[in-house]
Design a protein around this ligand. Structure first.
Ligand code: BG6
Length: 300
């Protein structure tokens, strides 16, 4: 691991800080404090479990019932989904990246107080089914949270096909009161209705039941207007062609052992990725870079 030094003139109190801790379930975790915000990242899954701006409530939802057990997914925060999205016969759902302890490769404390952490997915038996690749994840914490997933095909002769997704769980005041914009006019696959293709016709998506939708060819900014918490969340992205919106609602929440029965009221997933028809195929030596910036503004 390398640690980049800050500029000489910066006062220590202006710099971001990183503390290494045993998190829940004694899983290794990084606690990051910047002049504007705090964040927590578990090495397992390179999983950001929290981002909170000073004087604002937490941005990310984390289930009270989440397991924090080696090799099992954390429920909430930002699971990194790779190299496949959704179920895969004979294999687990949403790939293996979220189950592995990632390597901490670099910590950078910038003179402006930002902190960046670079993590790398280690080799694992499951990866032998694919051409050689590297997966790096850079998390930058400041006034906002920026996530960068870089996949490189290291093979000399084989293409590498995969899906990726930053499965972000947002904390909301009341899911029935939020309005999600940025999806109008896009077609989507309605998983709940049996994978039927539909078109989003309304200005904003409102949630009043189970929602599980893949919007392919969704490259623009998505916003979540939350009147109860008096804030607007922005999901800005580059290198992501798909958006997934998910809320399990009542029955599915009850079926999930690591999710509280009523917790569906306080969360919505707006996920940025490249899934289904937007899956990526990298030629030998090729690289893909998905960058997602999460920010929020308080509504007066
Ligand atoms: C979403 C999928 O991305 O993830 C849903 O669209 C799925 O179908 C959800 O239920 C949660 O998946 P998991 O594997 O974390 O329970």
């Amino acid at each position: 691991m390398t640690t980049s030094a800050s500029a000489v003139k910066t006062k220590p109190e202006d710099l971001g800080r990183v503390t290494f801790l045993d998190g829940q379930g004694e899983l290794p975790m990084l606690e990051i404090t910047t002049p504007w915000s705090t964040a927590e990242i578990y090495l397992q899954g390179a999983h950001v479990t929290q981002f909170k701006k000073k004087d604002e409530s937490p941005l990310l939802f984390l289930s009270q019932c989440s397991r924090f057990v080696e090799g099992q997914p954390i429920r909430g925060g930002i699971p990194v989904i790779f190299p496949w999205f959704g179920p895969r016969e004979g294999l687990g759902q949403h790939g293996y990246a979220r189950l592995k302890a990632w390597d901490l490769k670099e910590l950078t404390q910038a003179p402006d107080g930002s902190v960046s952490v670079r993590l790398g997915l280690p080799g694992c038996p499951e990866a032998s089914a694919y051409p050689a690749y590297t997966a790096d994840y850079i998390v930058t914490v400041n006034q906002s949270l920026t996530l960068q997933l870089i996949i490189t095909n290291q093979s000399r002769d084989a293409a590498f096909s995969f899906e990726d997704c930053l499965h972000t769980y947002f904390d909301v005041g009341d899911v029935t009161a939020i309005a999600i914009s940025g999806l109008k006019g896009l077609s989507y696959i309605d998983t709940v209705a049996g994978f039927v293709e539909k078109t989003e016709t309304s200005d904003t998506l409102r949630i009043a039941g189970e929602v599980d939708r893949i919007y392919p060819n969704s490259t623009g900014t998505v916003a979540i207007f939350d009147p109860r918490l008096s804030r607007k969340i922005l999901v800005e992205k580059q290198g992501s062609a798909s958006t997934v919106v998910w809320n399990p609602w009542i029955a599915k929440a009850r079926r999930m052992s690591d999710f509280g029965d009523e917790e569906y009221e306080r969360m919505v997933c707006v996920e940025s990725g490249n899934v289904a028809s937007n899956g990526i195929s990298l030629p030998p030596g090729g690289s893909s870079n998905m960058t997602v910036k999460l920010s929020s503004v308080t509504l007066k």
